[in-house]
Design a protein around this ligand. Structure first.
Ligand code: SIN
Ligand code: FE2
Length: 216
């Protein structure tokens, strides 16, 4: 993986535009990983990662959990945000302050001032796990951006248009990259191709995605 490490360093600090109001901030989270990692572990200890079921009855290949006032959940009744962890009946763990600061900083760097997330979804991809094309549209107000942080093994982000049938661009997201989209790009279809087998020193064979949103 030395090739990837080199690419990582070469891209770090650059911005990849994905649309008028969408971009990937390469390596934006790298300097924060030491501050972000303990909070992530603490959240997972209190609200373990689990495989939810889609409204159609399929087990998601991604394991997920949440922190913050609201958590994204899926079951036979549909997708929604919920204040309580359905597994424990307790509120989701608090959103760690370093995650809030990263979200605000990344949103600002992408042109969205004063972003204050109240929902943080943590997705864990093992080799082969994927996320089908979808829009993020369960949030109450679509005026706030999405801030999506990649950690660990690289993944191919599928970046589509406003219609499901629009062609998708394939963008490799590396450890420390932050994708931000809002405004006219807020409802762009997106997904993750099946995760390839690889190794990362921090996460082993896995990829972790942390998505920060204002849902309520
Ligand atoms: C998502 O769209 O919820 C996840 C995207 C990602 O894993 O990068
Ligand atoms: Fe999404």
């Amino acid at each position: 993986m030395t090739g990837d490490l080199f690419a990582d360093r070469a891209l770090c600090g650059t911005t990849l535009p994905l649309g008028a109001h969408a971009r990937v901030l390469r390596g934006f989270a790298l300097a924060h990983v030491d501050a972000l990692w303990p909070g992530l572990q603490a959240v997972i200890a209190k609200a373990p990662l689990r495989h939810m079921v889609t409204p159609g009855g399929q087990r998601m290949s991604v394991a997920l959990t949440n922190c913050g006032a609201l958590g994204w959940v899926s079951d036979r009744r549909g997708y929604r945000y919920a204040p309580l962890d359905p597994d424990s009946g307790r509120p989701w763990p608090a959103l760690p302050v370093p995650w809030l600061e990263l979200a605000r900083g990344a949103a600002e760097a992408a042109g969205f001032a004063d972003f204050t997330p109240d929902a943080c979804l943590i997705n864990r991809y093992a080799p082969g796990a994927r996320m089908g094309l979808h829009q993020d549209r369960d949030e109450r107000h679509l005026s706030h951006p999405i801030v999506s942080v990649s950690l660990g093994v690289p993944a191919v982000f599928l970046w589509g248009g406003l219609r499901r049938i629009d062609r998708t661009e394939r963008v490799t997201l590396l450890h420390g990259d932050v994708a931000v989209w809002g405004g006219v790009d807020r409802l762009r279809f997106h997904g993750i191709a099946p995760l390839r087998q690889a190794h990362h020193p921090l996460t082993g064979a896995q990829r972790i995605n942390v998505t920060l949103r204002r849902a309520g």
